[in-house]
Ligand binder design. Structure first.
Ligand code: SAM
Length: 301
């Protein structure tokens, strides 16, 4: 074991650097050797919640000074961290679980520290989205390995249905996160907004004791959830199959796509598709699906 740790220690970890460290999404043994080493080396560990990070550190036998960095103090905390980096300290930043910045805070701190001229180094590790994608098989492969990360879907039904309609038009898989108190509503909304046979991967409690991974047609997802009351508990990541060949087969020709893009810059998707069809003779439905896919892509930017 000590040999493995010395492997991590053999790399140099310059002082005056912010280390952005991914932490486990459930199973503490997923903390990487480098993460363990750098957390031990850090002069302070900046974190979302000092209680949660304190527990993680004590489980791996570390005790480090903790600094809370959250939504309400991020700006001041970034200034303090930049000062400490300027004084030659090493600071680690962790979120509550998984990779910082992925549906988690961290981006603003990274930006502020880099703007102040200090290096920012990632220590990669667990992320629920990537874990789910790694076992998505055909759902991912059908879109040539491409995927869209959708984060959390909007909680309000109308906004959620609109986002699902846009994502539904993507030719590749998409991933989203969901909390236990919203999973039933979200699965119902997916069943209502997607073709019944579209496949869905539900990853529940990944890496934990009650880990469950189900791949099923989206129409069956609400019944799957209701079949066992325990299924409504825990943390969820969802991978939704892309529209795949359904959209690629009916793709309008290059001229129709060019006209559509021009119109989309000025008009809502439906209107742009209708006009582009009238101008070019291409199929309105195919243009509309393409318009929605393009808008979904824009939303990712
Ligand atoms: N930064 C984290 C990451 O890299 O995965 C995500 C943080 S986000 C605030 C928390 C959400 O991630 C949860 O609500 C859930 O949707 C998903 N998640 C986190 N841990 C998970 C797990 N063990 N199994 C399934 N989903 C998980």
């Amino acid at each position: 074991m000590s040999d493995w740790i010395s492997l991590a220690a053999s790399q140099s970890y310059p002082a005056g650097t912010l280390y952005v460290v991914a932490t486990p999404i459930g199973n503490v043994a997923d903390l990487s050797l480098r993460a363990l080493h750098v957390l031990g080396l850090a002069d302070a560990v900046a974190c979302e919640d000092t209680r949660i990070t304190g527990q993680l550190l004590s489980r791996v036998g570390l005790q480090r000074p903790l600094m809370a960095v959250h939504e309400h103090n991020e700006r001041e905390a970034a200034v303090r961290i930049a000062e400490r980096l300027a004084a030659g300290e090493r600071i680690a930043y962790v979120s509550d679980a998984g990779t910082p910045g992925i549906s988690d805070p961290g981006a603003r701190l990274v930006e502020a520290v880099r703007a102040a001229g200090h290096p920012v180094v990632p220590l990669p590790g667990p992320s629920a989205a990537v874990a789910a994608l790694s076992v998505a098989g055909d759902l991912l492969e059908a879109g040539a390995g491409r995927f869209t990360f959708a984060g959390f879907l909007p909680p309000k039904p109308k906004a959620r249905a609109e986002v699902i309609a846009r994502l539904a038009a993507l030719d590749h898989a998409w991933v989203c996160y969901e909390a236990p108190h919203r999973i039933a509503d979200t699965l119902a909304a997916l069943a209502a907004g997607l073709p019944a046979e579209r496949r869905l991967l539900v990853g529940r409690e990944l890496t934990k004791l009650f880990e469950e991974i189900a791949v099923l047609p989206v129409a069956q997802a609400p019944a799957w959830l209701a079949a066992d009351p325990n299924r409504g508990k825990g943390e969820f990541v969802l991978v939704v199959e892309g529209a795949g060949s359904a959209i690629v087969d009916g793709l309008p020709d290059a001229e129709a796509q060019r006209v559509l893009s021009l119109l989309l810059a000025e008009l809502p998707a439906k209107r742009a598709a209708k006009l582009a069809a009238a101008i070019t003779g291409a199929d309105t439905g195919a243009l509309y699906r393409l318009a929605l896919a393009q808008r979904a892509g824009d939303a990712d930017d």
